[in-house]
Design a binder for this molecule. Sequence first.
Ligand code: PA5
Length: 462
Amino acid sequence: MIRLNCKNADVTIVGQENGLELEKEFDAYKDKITHIIASLNQRKDKPGQWLQWMNLGYNEETLWYVKEYASMVKDRFENILVLGIGGSALGGIAVTEALLKPYWNLLTDEQREGLPKIFFLDNIDPDSISALLDILDLKKTLVNVITKSGSTAETMSQFMIVKDRMEKALGDNYRYNFVATTDKKTGVLRQIAEQEGYKTFVVPDDVGGRFSVFSAVGLLPLALVGIDIDAIVNGVKDMDLALKNTDIRENIAAQNALIHYLLDTKKGKNLSVMMPYSSRLKYVADWYVQLWAESLGKNKDKDGNDVNIGPTPIKALGATDQHSQIQLYNEGPNNKVITFIRVDEFDTTLEIPRIFEYTGIGYLGGKTVNQLINAEADSTRVAVSDYNRPNVTIYLPKVDGYNVGQLLYMLEVQTAIAGELYNINTFDQPGVEQAKNYTYALMGRAGYEESSQVLQEKMASV
Ligand code: PA5
């Protein structure tokens, strides 16, 4: 199992002003945490609670359909092209980057064992969209368009462009190159997919985009490139069992949620840095940023009070950002809590040759890069603590499906518990919807005429 070390958030390490009396706080919040965990588990099956993501580890049916479709289309495509944005893309990006061999798209067919390359278009930059579509042989590309609402302008504009090109290249058969993942009943994409006869998968009810990585949203792209999704789901299930424990001392998601919440509300540490020491986990930090920001950044609490709260998440990468952000973290404002992720065992052991022995770099010879990256993880953790900056470390035994499943699920539960501590609605995103609606209005979508006029006036005045 993955482990959490939170000693460096304690007053004994980072001092009274910047740390917490962890044992005391765990005691003080024991009952509240018990109540939160019990309540999340009791409410998870109730419609409208947006807690269905807690059941995704047990969704055998989706797992079966995803694997069946992936095996059916195996060998038919050279490329998988995923169209989606935000929660519809970040989980897939994070997990493919973590679990595929690094530089996957540069490997030969043989090295990829005949499995397709994978590309995610999660932005609407005209240059990068055109460039990618010029590179891909669309006849040999399977497009997975993912949108829960079925109408997000970024995703749907990409879809329209790709569909048009695909139809020109393939004629009527183009439809076999599309698979849509969307709401089971509503939304424009659902309607189009049914009319056009695309294969479809469902974004389950009561699962928000940022909590959807273990639904078909994340699992389908992973299965299409041969990732063992059973291993991921096993990690999710085992972590779910562990996190059902209502005792804070046994529940790492509850501990980390409480630490972040108290450091923010009592000690003014309102920035939350996620810093994995593994390039393969770089995009897990991106995924975490969205999860934490959209879930916890809210202007009202559950009682309707104006609160404008939420810790700001920041992504960093070890060791790279030791040469960029760590100066600020150590000596700048003491307003952050850092989560380091440290990997015990890498897939490869890479030895540094014994050359230049009589120079200042001779000490590196005979060591491994594995030792070096973990020495840097350990020394940064200590250095940051020396500067009295609170930090926690998540230990991952290995970057594999089982552990990545555990890690992401643990962070989801941590977010849900933190939301309860802040007493806000973790699962809505009115701020995102506002921007989406303004875009619809500006681009002339029917039904948004009034907002369009208001918006035009506002834009003229700023
Ligand atoms: O987490 C969320 O709800 C958002 O980030 C959405 O995933 C994002 O806006 C994309 O929405 P949709 O899947 O409806 O296209």
